[in-house]
Ligand binder design. Sequence first.
Ligand code: ATR
Length: 276
Amino acid sequence: MNIDKYAVFGNPIEQSRSPLIHQTFAKQRQETIDYQKILGQKGNFSANLDEFFADPNAKGCNITSPFKQDGVKWVTELSPAAVKAGAINTIIRLDENRFRGETTDGPGLVLDLKHQNFNFENARILLIGVGGAARGVILPILEQGVKDITIVNRTKQKATELANWFANDQVCAADFAEVNASLSQPFDLIVNCTSASLSGQVPDISEYVLSRANMVYDMVYLSEPTVFVQLAKTLGVANTSDGLGMLIGQAAHSFKLWRGYMPDIEPVMQQIRRML
Ligand code: ATR
């Protein structure tokens, strides 16, 4: 029997929980899949994909940092969301020679926030950072009927370029000084899209702005609450979350694209949380 093959590519990749997550999803329907983690070669990533997909049993893969933009160049077609994001985290084999690039990071974040009862309708959103993580979530958040999205970055120029790329008057750019000085309506949701928490750093957002948010979300997850989540909790923010649910949510959306059904995320969340 041929077993469908999947993989996640990144560099580094040892830390990835994706093999466990996807194997667990498959077991929910007594399916068996092969899902490996593969160290991608910086500067020659397309060779990794060529080699992997040379096997006809290879049905798809995930791509993580730093290859999300490289993946765009390799695939034969892109979803509209992937075109907008300029980055992909999922490849789906369509037939022998056709491969579609998708980005499920944004849908994963939206799924997790809905799961946590966040109300997107008319919400004001602040995204911190302009890396691949931020790019992928803008369009899916806009599609939820939010009021506006402010992108804040240390280097404002990069935030401006990203906002311009979306060419939508609901998306604007700012630097931290501007956000911190603003007396406008509070943000309903502040998302830290930087990896600052991994090095114990907190972006320059003022405690006042943070404290007024209804929900504060950090895309990073660790065994303990991240410094950003801790600060928000200390400031009395009612709803805080790390990014574990986004990780599981993006995986669930990738899995659905490959295998045609949405797995149950809740038991997998609990399992991975216990292992952190
Ligand atoms: P990616 O999202 O592509 O994986 P990243 O390194 O996690 O990349 O995030 C890059 C983004 O995080 C950038 O917007 C960076 O800001 P600059 O463009 O000004 O460099 C932002 N970033 C990283 N560390 C930060 C920190 N300590 N405070 C504020 N922003 C930070």
